[in-house]
Design a protein around this ligand. Structure first.
Ligand SMILES: [Zn+2]
Ligand SMILES: [Zn+2]
Length: 157
């Protein structure tokens, strides 16, 4: 009998990294992280935060419109933008996200050619589920113990 803990699965490995990426988030309504992977290699990462050079929610407060903070780009959006910035092809990839993607992110995931979404939960959105399903993108829930800072807090303004 080996005394070593079992090696994590690939899904667990990348999800663990997504939660590490989320620690860089600058919007405390939810720290969200995303990792885009193809062939077991990380292509790009992203966390939710203000556009580069603009003030962070954590410094100047949230910018709330219709109950949502609109200051931050979402983690999935930043991961996709990073691919564009560096000329990385993310077609046929998998995205690991600490939360279920919102509808806007789901639409971007579809058009970026991402084929599989693995998420840890918290942020249910029926429309995004329907869009991903209808576009043939696999959406898989990966149960994970989430740190408190990654829980979505819509009451924080
Ligand atoms: Zn915010
Ligand atoms: Zn989103």
């Amino acid at each position: 009998m080996s005394e070593n803990p079992p090696r994590p699965s690939w899904d667990e490995y990348f999800m663990r990294i997504a939660f590490t990426v989320a620690e860089r988030s600058t919007c405390n309504r939810a720290h969200v992280g995303a990792v885009i992977v193809r062939d077991r290699r990380i292509l790009t990462t992203g966390y939710n935060g203000a556009p580069a050079g603009l003030p962070h929610c954590d410094d100047v407060g949230h910018l709330i419109v219709d109950g949502h903070c609109v200051r931050a780009l979402h983690a999935e959006q930043n991961a996709i933008i990073q691919a564009a910035l560096h000329g990385v092809n993310i077609a046929q990839s998998t995205i690991y996200v600490t939360h279920q993607p919102c509808l806007t992110c789901a639409k971007m995931i579809i058009n970026a050619g991402i084929r599989r979404v693995v998420y840890a939960g918290n942020y249910p959105d029926e429309h995004s589920r329907a869009f991903l399903r209808d576009a043939g993108v696999s959406l898989e829930h990966f149960p994970w113990h989430r740190p408190g800072d990654t829980v979505y807090h819509p009451e924080r303004t």
